[in-house]
Write a protein that binds this ligand. Structure first.
Ligand SMILES: [Zn+2]
Length: 215
């Protein structure tokens, strides 16, 4: 038999019934609501174009925006806690293709189109899909079904990530503060007692910290 090659497998047929099965069903990943039987066709990033159309101004804006966002959480140990919640919200997978690899935080409404890095405007995408999403607006990239699925997720995200670091509480008792935020007592104990831990918090003031990881 002559071998056949496909650019992308979009679905398959049940040999018994002839019914079309979507690739998402075949892979056993969460199905999107509605009768999606094929992988949505996506616009791809125009060849040779840079993010934010390569503008230096947007590069600076992106950095400033990102710093402002991470200052909400101030310390890696706190950001990690909220980042895990964010990953959990997206089932640890890329929203567009379900890959668990190379997850990144995508601006849902791109910076260049007026979106900000803020709770409710972040979608977990893998590196490949994030590249492909480029500077497209959500409705230029996602299907109507995907947008309908995404909308309540982003509302939940806005609630989950709506945290503002409280300097006063931190200075009064950092360990109690971390406990109140919801960090596990085991992790708190570890960063308290293990000076080699990268998030180690010294119990004696002054407490000094620097954010190292950004995403
Ligand atoms: Zn992806």
């Amino acid at each position: 038999m002559r071998p056949m090659f496909y650019e992308r497998i979009t679905g398959a047929c049940d040999v018994e019934t002839g019914e079309v099965i979507s690739i998402k069903e075949i892979c056993g990943v969460r199905p999107l609501p509605g009768p999606i039987s094929v992988w949505p066709l996506r616009r791809s990033r125009p060849k040779g174009k840079q993010r934010g159309h390569g503008s230096e101004m947007f590069k600076g804006q992106r950095r400033k925006d990102s710093n402002k966002f991470f200052m909400r959480y101030r310390y890696d140990v706190i950001w990690n806690h909220f980042r895990n919640k964010l990953i959990g919200l997206f089932n640890g997978r890329c929203f567009a293709c379900d890959s668990p690899e190379g997850l990144q935080l995508d601006h849902h409404v791109p910076l260049i189109r007026g979106g900000r890095r803020e709770p409710g405007n972040i979608v977990m995408l893998c590196f490949r899909c994030n590249q492909q999403k480029w500077d497209y607006l959500p409705d230029e990239f996602y299907s109507t079904d995907e947008l309908a699925y995404l909308s309540p997720l982003l509302e939940q995200e806005a609630e989950i990530l709506a945290f503002k670091f409280n300097e006063e509480h931190w200075v009064a008792d950092p360990f109690r503060y971390l406990r109140d935020i919801g960090l596990s007592p085991l992790l708190i104990n570890e960063i308290r007692t293990n000076p080699d831990h990268s998030w180690h918090v010294s119990a004696t003031p002054p407490i000094q910290f620097v954010i190292t990881a950004k995403d």
